[in-house]
Ligand binder design. Structure first.
Ligand code: GLU
Length: 469
C-alpha cells in the first residue's frame, strides 16, 4: 500500500506556524514512507475564503521547502461538491442519516440546556428532504469508536455519547466533517496527520468512514502549539503568520528546523541540525502529545545562529529584499541610487555576526546610504551630555588630517581625545557614534567611519557640533 498523506488548510487567513509544522510533518512522513503528499485547499467556507490566502499558502509552503510541483495537487475542496452530496445521499439511502427540521431553540427547550447535544427527536420521524431540513448522521447507540493514533495510542470514544451530528445543512450543502472525509476517501488518503484541535472530530469522522464502507485512515494528531502562557497560539493575540516571520527576516532553514522541534528532538543534545538529519531521524511516533511551546525568543536565537553560519556572499544575497523592499517588505529609508553595494559588502561581515533577523540589517547600515543620519532623539539626549561639544571639536581636529583613514588610526585618535578628558574609549565614542549614525548602538564604530569616508564623517561631526551650540 502506498502511503498517501495530505495537508488540508483552509484559506481563511495568513498561514499559521502550527499549520506549517503539520505540513512539514506530513511532508517528511510521506518521504520516509516512499509515499505521496497531497495538498488540498479546503475552500468551502465561501464567506471566509479569499483567493489570495490560497496563494499565500502555496508561497509559504514553497518558502519552507514544500515546493510547487513536488506534491500532488493542489486540489480544491469546492471542486468536489458533487462527491460530497452523493455521499450524503448514500448515507441517507442506507438509513445511516435522516432529515431533521429541529431548530436550535426547539432542541434547547426540550433538553433544557444549550450545551446538550442533539436529542434524536427526528430519528424516526421519517422526514423527507426539504428547505431548512438538515441531514443528521445516525450514530450507533452502542459500542465504541477506537481511533488508532500514531501519537496518542488508541483514544476510545463511547458511541452513545456522540450525538447525531449534522452532515448537510438545511440548504443541502455538506458540512466540514463530511466533506473532509469524502475528500480523504476520494483521494485515497491512508494517514491523516493533523492538529490535535481536530481530535474531537475524529470519532465522528471515523464513523462516517465506516458508514461509507471504507477502512478509516491511520490518524496522528500532532500537539497544539501554545504561547508562553500555555494558551493556544491565536492570530488575534500572537504572532502566528509564517509570512510575518519570513518578512521579518527569518531564514527558511531556521524556521523549518525550529518548527520540527515542536514536540520532537533529534538524537544527542542537538537542536540545530541540517534538514537532511531531520528527514532521516524524525519519527512521527516519537512526537510528544503534550502542547508544544512556540518560543519566539528561542527561534530568534536559532535564526541568529543560522545567519552567522551563512557564507558571507549568501548573507549579502539574503539581505537584498530588505535593502530594496518588496511587495511585502517596506522599502529602506534611502533612495535606490544612494545605495552603494561595495560599501555594503565591506560592512556586511560586521553586521552578520550581530543581527538575529535579516530586517535588522537596515538600521545597522542606513547611516551609510542616507544623506543625513536618522537621529533618534533619545539617543541624542543620552550621548550629547556635558563635554560632548568639546569632545566633538577635538575629534574633528584629529580626523581632519588623519592619514591613513582607517579603523586603527580612527580608533587611536579618538582614544587619545578621550584620554585627554579622562574618558574611556566607550564614553568617548558615544557622541561620535550618535553624530554619525544617529544611534547609540550599531556596528563597530571605527570600521563604520572608515567605510563612510572622511568627508561624510567630518560633515556629520560638524553638523552635530553646530546643533550643540
Ligand atoms: N481544513 C482543516 C483545517 O484547516 C483541516 C482539517 C484536517 O486536516 O483534517 O483545520
Amino acid at each position: 500500500m502506498t502511503v498517501r498523506v495530505r495537508f488540508a488548510p483552509s484559506p481563511t487567513g495568513m498561514f499559521h506556524v502550527g499549520g506549517a509544522r503539520s505540513a512539514l510533518q506530513n511532508w517528511i512522513y510521506a518521504k520516509q514512507q516512499g509515499g505521496v503528499f497531497v495538498l488540498r485547499i479546503e475552500d468551502t467556507d465561501a464567506a471566509r475564503n479569499k483567493p489570495e490566502w490560497t496563494e499565500g499558502i502555496l508561497s509559504a509552503l514553497d518558502w519552507i521547502g514544500i515546493s510547487r510541483g513536488s506534491y500532488e495537487g493542489p486540489y480544491f475542496q469546492s471542486s468536489y461538491a458533487a462527491e460530497h452530496r452523493a455521499a450524503a445521499q448514500r448515507l441517507h439511502d442506507a438509513g445511516r442519516a435522516y432529515y431533521c427540521d429541529c431548530t436550535r431553540e426547539a432542541v434547547q427547550a426540550r433538553t433544557g440546556s444549550q450545551y446538550a447535544g442533539y436529542d434524536g427527536y427526528c430519528r424516526d420521524r421519517g422526514l423527507g428532504p426539504g428547505e431548512g431540513r438538515a441531514l443528521r448522521f445516525r450514530t450507533p447507540d452502542e459500542g465504541e469508536t477506537v481511533v488508532v493514533d500514531l501519537i496518542r495510542g488508541e483514544p476510545t470514544f463511547e458511541n452513545r455519547l456522540i450525538e447525531d451530528f449534522v452532515i448537510a445543512r438545511g440548504d443541502g450543502s455538506p458540512v466540514f466533517l463530511l466533506a473532509n472525509v469524502v475528500d480523504d476517501l476520494t483521494m485515497g488518503i491512508t494517514h491523516v496527520i493533523r492538529a490535535e484541535e481536530h481530535l474531537p472530530n475524529t470519532p465522528k469522522q471515523q464513523l462516517l468512514w465506516d458508514a461509507l464502507g471504507v477502512k478509516p485512515p491511520v490518524w496522528a494528531h500532532v500537539p497544539v502549539v501554545v504561547n508562553e502562557k500555555r494558551q493556544k497560539l491565536s492570530k488575534r493575540r500572537d504572532k502566528v503568520a509564517l509570512e510575518a516571520y519570513r518578512d521579518e527576516g527569518y531564514l527558511a532553514d531556521a524556521m523549518r528546523n525550529y518548527l520540527m522541534l515542536l514536540g520532537w528532538a533529534p538524537s544527542g543534545d542537538r537542536e540545530i541540525v541540517p534538514w537532511s538529519v531531520i528527514e532521516e531521524e524524525f519519527r512521527l511516533t516519537e512526537v510528544n502529545p503534550s502542547p508544544a511551546f512556540f518560543d519566539e525568543k528561542k527561534l530568534r536565537a536559532f535564526n541568529g545562529e543560522y545567519i552567522r553560519a551563512l557564507p558571507v556572499d549568501e548573507f549579502v544575497a539574503a539581505c537584498q529584499p530588505w535593502l530594496t523592499g518588496t511587495d511585502t517588505i517596506a522599502p529602506p529609508p534611502w533612495q535606490p541610487e544612494e545605495f552603494d553595494a561595495e560599501a555594503f559588502a565591506r560592512v556586511a561581515p560586521l553586521a552578520q555576526t550581530r543581527i538575529a533577523v535579516l530586517s535588522e540589517i537596515v538600521p545597522n547600515v542606513d547611516f551609510l546610504f542616507v544623506a543625513d543620519p536618522l537621529t533618534d532623539e533619545a539617543a541624542w539626549a543620552k550621548a550629547m551630555k556635558e563635554g560632548a561639544a568639546e569632545l566633538l571639536d577635538a575629534a574633528i581636529a584629529g580626523y581632519e588630517g588623519l592619514e591613513p583613514w582607517d579603523a586603527d588610526a580612527l580608533k587611536s585618535t579618538l582614544e587619545a581625545v578621550g584620554a585627554e578628558r579622562g574618558l574611556k574609549l566607550g564614553k568617548a565614542q558615544a557622541p561620535v557614534r550618535v553624530a554619525v549614525t544617529g544611534r547609540t548602538v550599531g556596528l563597530p564604530l571605527f570600521e563604520s567611519l572608515e567605510v563612510l569616508g572622511r568627508e561624510r564623517t567630518l560633515a556629520r561631526l560638524r553638523a552635530a557640533r553646530v546643533r550643540l551650540v
